[in-house]
Design a protein around this ligand. Structure first.
Ligand SMILES: NC(=O)c1ccc[n+]([C@@H]2O[C@H](COP(=O)([O-])OP(=O)(O)OC[C@H]3O[C@@H](n4cnc5c(N)ncnc54)[C@H](O)[C@@H]3O)[C@@H](O)[C@H]2O)c1
Ligand SMILES: [Zn+2]
Length: 366
């Protein structure tokens, strides 16, 4: 894995269709945002969208990017709605923002998704810049162009593909992130290790203490490697017709766990941690994954910290929820399994009995 020079930002690219997104990753990069956006040719009418929590902590730095007052949306997943997008449109219309304006989403996945959705739809699409402030957003949601909002009947049901022109990732912004939020993002880093990089997996294990301490020397390479994997996969398959599916490793069961607990019990990454364990158990039961690798994943997840309990949940309810996940096409459950740490395959012959047995094995009730 690359050794990173701490003072020079690392640049990655996502190429999707004719569009190129530039991802700049570097310590302290958020303080140089105005120049970074100038260099990228982004117009000077920049509307920052954020939330009051982030603004209180990082507003002093982030406000340099905006040309006007920030658009602050309420904090929390339950505000990732069309109503919140409408509030963003209101401000833009009142300010007579034209097609040359840019929206700068400064926040976690919620701000990024809803502000990104507003950018995708306002005047049929304006420039989007992502300045992710959670680990989950830095390694996952800010990259790849998926934007959207929830509907009362389901998560992320309304959305679009809208690639950000620039993604600026500053690990120093993570210093203020609560430990549980940080850990939630770290499980997605583990996911990248499982699907594409044994090196990254080992690094998280080896340097977990320094990573938790947000020591840039340990954290920065883990973020860069995660972003590199996501950028590569998205460039190969923007619309998720094939390869991008591997990013859903752990997400079939993870999403089902989130749904059966009404999105209240788990942070997203925590549910994915269980989802990865389930996928590893399933692969091991089929003889597709060595028991040693399955155990390495279980050990790493234990090392990273406690997860909410699952033994009161019904395996049948979780399987039923998995069946309703968006990843079902033509009635077949696509399931990403890891065949060794760093390599995956997609199977579509997973039976409900097989899933139920795995979940029972993890301690869920009937
Ligand atoms: N678009 C995609 O490809 C994609 C991928 C994965 C997840 N998502 C979406 O991302 C969302 C989850 O994102 P998230 O986990 O970042 O949650 P979040 O955006 O709700 O942020 C978590 C909490 O951390 C706070 N916070 C953010 N930055 C902070 C900082 N630097 N210091 C202190 N507190 C800070 C937020 O205010 C919030 O309370 C979900 O809606 C999910 O659907 C989207
Ligand atoms: Zn995820």
């Amino acid at each position: 894995m690359l050794n990173v020079q701490r003072d020079a930002p690392v640049t990655l690219e996502v190429r999707a269709g004719s569009r190129v997104s530039t991802i700049s990753i570097g310590e302290g990069i958020s303080e140089r945002l105005p120049a970074l956006l100038d260099d990228a040719g982004i117009g000077s009418r920049r509307f920052v969208v954020s939330n009051p929590t982030i603004w209180r902590l990082h507003g002093a730095v982030l406000q340099q990017v905006g040309h006007a007052e920030p658009i602050l949306i309420p904090d929390g997943e339950r505000h990732k709605t069309l109503q919140t997008a409408a509030r963003i449109y209101d401000t833009l219309i009142r300010a007579k923002a034209d097609r040359a304006c840019a929206i700068v989403a400064a926040g976690g996945g919620v701000v990024g998704d809803v502000a990104g959705f507003a950018a995708a739809t306002y005047l049929r699409g304006v420039t989007l810049v992502q300045v992710p402030t959670t680990l989950l957003a830095q390694v996952d949601s800010s990259i790849g162009g998926k934007v959207g909002v929830n509907h009362t009947l389901g998560k992320n049901l309304i959305g679009a593909f809208h690639q950000p022109t620039v993604v600026a990732i500053d690990p120093l912004l993570l210093k203020t992130l609560p430990r549980r939020e940080f850990r939630s993002g770290l499980y997605e880093v583990v996911k990248y290790g499982m699907i594409a990089s044994r090196d990254l997996f080992d690094r998280v294990r080896r340097e977990s203490k320094a990573i938790f301490a947000r020591d840039p020397e340990a954290l920065l390479p883990a973020i860069i490697e995660s972003c590199r994997i996501k950028a590569e996969v998205v460039s190969a398959d923007e619309r998720e017709s094939g390869m991008r599916r591997i990013l859903n490793y752990g997400h079939t069961i993870g999403h089902a766990l989130e749904a059966v607990t009404k999105y209240r019990r788990f942070r997203h990454g925590e549910a994915i941690a269980y989802g990865m364990l389930a996928a590893a158990d399933l692969a091991a039961a089929r003889g597709a994954l060595a028991p040693r690798d399955r155990q390495a994943l279980a050990d790493l997840i234990t090392l990273l910290g406690p997860l909410p309990a699952i033994n009161d949940l019904s395996a049948a309810a979780v399987v039923e929820a998995a069946r309703h996940d968006k990843k079902v096409t033509h009635g077949r459950l696509h399931f990403v399994i890891c065949i060794e740490i760093g390599a995956t395959t997609v199977v579509d012959d997973v039976t409900e009995d097989e899933l139920t047995a795995v979940l029972r094995g993890m301690g869920l009730k009937d």
